[in-house]
Design a protein. Structure first.
Length: 309
């Protein structure tokens, strides 16, 4: 019997998906890639394969899960299997540089960003932001890894020389212009099947770790959402912006079917896009308030693909 195979490394982020698959009576198999092996000389099973590998896997002790996922995806694609968020999606998931290049290919504005490897190079890059605020972030990130706001270079040097400094898992630190929004929020646009589903407004007043997953909402060490998590995420039913069409073009060009794309508008009205999350999660409390459910839509989408197998 053909199944839906879910490729991932974090059980907490598959709970709602598995629940929805079960509600729809769909056969599925959990492919947790904390470790494993692949017999490349054998053909993979028939079915639909949904890749939910995360760039932050190393923070859960799964350092090489993305590399293993890359091997699995190459194997599946070689045999012509139906893969949701395949190899190219994984490439973007683990590299913000690749994300920005993909976005800019379609004329989407991204923040001024400098790539740096090495401490001296980091300080030299910071000199380009003299007189303006900037942030650091990891190239291979997720969960707000390495995101710090600095008003001047001396603050960066103090941070880098302290015990708080986080070394990027791939060695690449990004320095990026800080976008000052008139109100403390960003917008996250969700897509299923490559089509726009809804936009959610995310309060940024408490920091940059903005994962909407329910597991994050109750574990402040991962994604601090404050004492009132119900107000952290608000779905905007009336969100309309021309950038949505461009986002859909980016996803199509990069063979990405399920994703969340984050953007922020500055005081002059310029919209900056800074993240493509191909392992997107949804906040159940925000969805319950408006009666829209991302994982249900994902499950329905997978069902439609399985029926074609």
């Amino acid at each position: 019997m053909k199944k839906i195979y879910v490729i991932h490394e974090n059980d907490e982020w598959t709970v709602h998906l598995f629940k929805r698959l079960e509600e729809l009576g769909l056969p599925y198999e959990d492919w947790h890639l904390r470790s494993g092996s692949i017999k490349l000389h054998e053909a993979p099973p028939e079915g639909v394969f949904y890749n939910r590998m995360s760039a932050s896997s190393h923070t859960r002790g799964h350092r090489y899960a993305p590399e293993l996922a890359g091997a699995v995806l190459a194997w599946l694609e070689r045999h012509g299997r139906t893969v949701i968020n395949g190899s190219r999606a994984l490439q973007l998931e683990v590299s913000k540089v690749n994300q920005y290049m993909a976005l800019e290919t379609f004329g989407i504005t991204t923040p001024k960003t400098i790539v740096a490897v090495g401490i001296k190079e980091l300080f030299d890059a910071a000199a380009s932001f003299e007189g303006q605020a900037f942030i650091t972030k990891h190239n291979r990130a997720g969960k707000g890894l390495g995101v710090q706001l600095f008003q001047h270079i001396s603050a960066l040097k103090e941070y880098v020389e302290s015990d708080e400094f986080e070394e990027p898992v791939d060695g690449i630190t990004l320095l990026q212009q800080y976008i000052q929004a008139p109100e403390p929020y960003i917008t996250r646009c969700e897509f299923v099947g490559g089509a726009f589903l809804y936009a959610v407004r995310v309060d940024t007043s408490e920091g940059f770790e903005l994962c909407p997953a329910d597991a994050c909402s109750i574990e402040s060490k991962f994604c601090p959402v404050g004492e009132e998590p119900t107000s952290k995420f608000q779905i905007c039913k009336d969100f309309h912006d021309p950038v949505i069409e461009k986002y859909e073009q980016v996803l199509k060009a990069n063979d990405i079917q399920v994703a969340g794309i984050e953007c922020i508008r500055d005081k002059d009205g310029t919209l900056y896009t800074y993240d493509i999350n191909t392992n997107t999660n949804y906040n159940s409390e925000a969805e319950q308030r408006v009666g829209q459910y991302g994982m249900l839509e994902v499950a329905k989408y997978l069902k439609s693909l399985l029926s074609l197998e």
